[in-house]
Design a protein around this ligand. Structure first.
Ligand code: NAI
Ligand code: MG
Length: 337
């Protein structure tokens, strides 16, 4: 196939991990062309705008973006660029796979969990945050809607069917947050009935944390509201060895943005020390999304084989002596083999 995607290299380690990722995508021969656009500090310096209109236009046009991490300047009242992108394109599903890879210091080696987090409502609203005049009482609002709950739960079940997954767990706190979390749970129960081929269960969020740490193999797909999904997906990333291996897919009806979960890592930028795997795994998810599931799986397998057998080439965070570039080159060799 031939398809153009928007590519945003980003800040800090972004250009390094993006270069490694694009060379692997080229080696996979998936017929992609890249429309490279800017966002973040680099865009602010060049164009006076953290998120130039040309970048938004490119994402809207191609409907798919591969994005490196962006630095949002602290102070000066800048809104996070990532939050702006989510709102602008209504990227309601944040899909966070956590898969065990060999050669990590992770506690478990048998994890394959996808967290599907609602990305637009719940406890993460811009409005409804108030502070009393005397500073003694602060209030934040949680708002879930039937429509918002339904579309995220449906997304999770449809994804489960497409990817051949067996079970969906809805995570909630409906026993205490009776209205907002209760609405989400009720909607999840209703929609689950439409998918009899997929096992459905529900779990309270605090118990879920304990179960994830003690018996993570019981989980397959987790679907949950914004705040719980934020926390649980990082917990899952920790179970498989940390942020260097965690991709994040932001999916909406009109656009999808694939990225690494980690940030721009200014402490190691420009030194060739960044692990490119999180962005590579995001690229694999992007290939799935584009209907190139075979290529996506081939990429994941090449990453796995490289981590297992080419220990000299992996980056120091995984205990290797390699660089971003040598890691990328080792993966290129494997996808070409
Ligand atoms: P960070 O994820 O950039 O770094 C945390 C620690 O993990 C650092 O020690 C870093 O060296 C290490 N690390 C991160 N990615 C790595 C990789 N691929 N390979 C090896 N080590 C890696 O988080 P931090 O320091 O809190 O944020 C730095 C900047 O990134 C901030 O400006 C923040 O706003 C931005 N950020 C952007 C995100 C995005 O664009 N999606 C997400 C998170 C943070
Ligand atoms: Mg988070």
């Amino acid at each position: 196939m031939s398809k153009t995607i928007a590519v945003i290299p980003g800040d800090g380690i972004g250009p390094e991990i993006m270069a490694a990722t694009l060379s692997v995508l080229d080696a996979l021969d998936c017929g992609l062309s890249y429309d490279t656009v800017e966002a973040g500090m680099i865009a602010l310096e060049k164009h006076g705008d953290l998120l130039p209109k040309a970048t938004l236009d490119a994402i809207a046009k191609h409907q798919i973006a591969l994005k490196g991490p962006l630095t949002t300047p602290v102070g000066g009242g800048f809104t996070s660029i990532n939050v702006t992108l989510r709102r602008h394109f209504d990227l309601y599903a944040n899909v966070r796979p956590a898969i065990s890879f060999p050669g990590t210091k992770a506690r478990y080696n048998n994890i394959d969990i996808i967290t599907v987090r609602e990305n637009t409502e719940g406890a993460y609203l811009a409005e409804g945050q108030t502070m009393s005049e005397d500073g003694e009482v602060a209030t934040s609002m949680i708002r879930n809607t039937r429509k918002g709950s339904a579309r995220i739960v449906r997304y999770a079940f449809e994804m489960a069917v497409k990817k051949g997954r067996k079970k969906v767990t809805a995570v909630h706190k409906a026993n205490i947050i009776k209205t907002a979390s209760g609405l989400f749970l009720n909607v999840a129960r209703e929609i689950a009935k439409e998918y009899p081929q997929i096992e459905f269960n529900e779990m309270i969020v605090d118990n879920t944390c304990m179960q994830l740490v003690m018996r993570p193999e019981q989980f397959d797909v987790i679907v949950t509201t914004n705040l719980f999904g934020d926390i649980l997906s990082d917990l899952c990333a920790g179970l498989v060895g940390g942020l260097g291996l965690a991709p994040g897919d932001n999916i909406g009806e009109g656009a999808a943005i694939f990225e690494a979960v980690h940030g721009s890592a200014p402490d190691i930028a420009g030194k060739g020390l960044a692990n490119p795997c999180a962005l590579l795994l995001a690229a694999a998810d992007m290939l799935d999304h584009l209907g190139m599931v075979d290529k996506g799986n081939k990429l994941r397998q090449a990453i796995r084989d490289t981590m297992e057998h080419d220990r000299d080439h992996v980056t120091p965070d995984l205990g290797g002596k390699g660089s971003t570039q040598s890691f990328g080159e080792a993966i290129v060799k494997r996808v070409k083999a």
